[in-house]
Design a protein around this ligand. Structure first.
Ligand code: HEC
Length: 306
């Protein structure tokens, strides 16, 4: 029933309106399809871009840690008894390098933290969110990485976290009992924090935070611009097709209908005009032939009557 009503309504429409309606349906379908595809493609690419940035940074920080641990610390070991040099500590060098990196205004919304449950430097104390991450690493030892989005006061951020495991016995010199640690270090950091760690224990997590709001914002802008262009092209195409239809089909057909009307009332002087070589032109030609036959038949009829 409903279908019938629609069909009747559609059949009552003029050619141009029918075409516009069809184009409009195609357009809505096309926009929905391309919009969904474009949006998921942009989202995928944006997430990939952010993830690869964060991965590169966390890998760099691990390299800085290894460099300090393997190349700097052995060189400074002798000096530690007299004066503690934080430069020999991997955590310290990683943070310093990252602070230099963040000094560039482009990167001042990037963060690096070696969040630890019982830290030597209280700046590294894990907050509630970080504690949860560390607990998850401690619960499942196979877990090598955690990542995701979260909102912060600086907008939406993407984080990647990796467990910090005490993998070497040498770490315990400064992180097991205060007596074993260089005195100069105790003087600087005290004897209460950052001790009691065990070999192979996961004491914290390296966490890189990368701002995501701006990247998603620019993806949204790309989406709007692209969809705007598609919309513009479609509107132009509809306008051109309609314009062409009016001139090439609707107007010649209307004229033919008028001429046929005049002829049907007996005025045989009216002429069908053939303006093109397409189907409309062929129709005009056929009408002209029909008119000639009609005129001939009329003349014969008149002669017989006389
Ligand atoms: C020479 C002593 C020393 C050694 C050896 C050492 N650390 Fe540390 N570690 C420190 C000090 C001091 C800090 C605090 C640095 C700062 O001010 O950021 C620290 C900080 C850290 C932190 C950041 C959290 C916190 O406690 O503030 C982690 C994680 C860490 N160390 C892990 C390790 C690991 C893993 C090793 C072995 C590869 C290691 N440390 C070896 C002295 C040491």
């Amino acid at each position: 029933m409903l279908k019938n009503i629609k069909l009747i309504n559609f059949n009552h429409l003029k050619l141009a309106s029918k075409l516009t309606l069809v184009l409009f349906c195609v357009f809505i379908g096309g926009m929905l399809l391309s919009g969904t595809a474009l949006s998921s493609l942009l989202n995928y690419r944006t997430e990939n871009e952010i993830t690869s940035k964060a991965l590169m940074l966390i890998q760099t920080m691990s390299s800085v840690r290894n460099y300090t641990s393997n190349q700097v610390k052995p060189e400074l070991l002798d000096k530690l008894e007299t004066k503690f040099l934080p430069e020999s500590v991997p955590a310290y060098s990683a943070r310093e390098v990252f602070e230099n990196f963040r000094a560039d205004p482009t990167y001042n919304n990037f963060f690096y933290k070696e969040a630890t449950l019982n830290p030597t430097n209280l700046r590294d104390k894990a907050d509630a969110f970080e504690t949860e991450i560390i607990q998850r690493f401690r619960q499942s030892r196979d877990l090598k990485e955690l990542k995701g989005f979260r909102s912060s006061k600086n907008g939406n951020i993407f984080y990647i976290a990796r467990p910090l495991r005490i993998s070497k016995d040498s770490c315990l010199q400064c992180h097991s009992v205060a007596n074993r640690a260089p005195k100069s270090m105790i003087k600087l950091y005290g004897a209460t924090n950052g001790f009691g760690w065990k070999l192979n224990e996961i004491v914290g997590a390296q966490i890189i935070s990368v701002p995501a709001s701006k990247v998603f914002q620019s993806a949204r802008e790309s989406f709007i611009v692209t969809m705007g262009i598609v919309l513009g092209v479609f509107a132009l195409a509809t306008f051109i097709v309609n314009f062409w239809l009016k001139h090439a089909v609707v107007q010649p057909l209307t004229r033919m209908a008028q001429v046929a009307e005049v002829i049907s009332k007996g005025d045989l002087k009216a002429e069908f005009q053939k303006l093109s070589n397409d189907e409309v032109g062929q129709l005009a030609e056929a009408f002209t032939r029909m008119k000639t036959s009609f005129a001939l038949a009329m003349r014969r009829l008149k002669k017989q009557q006389n």
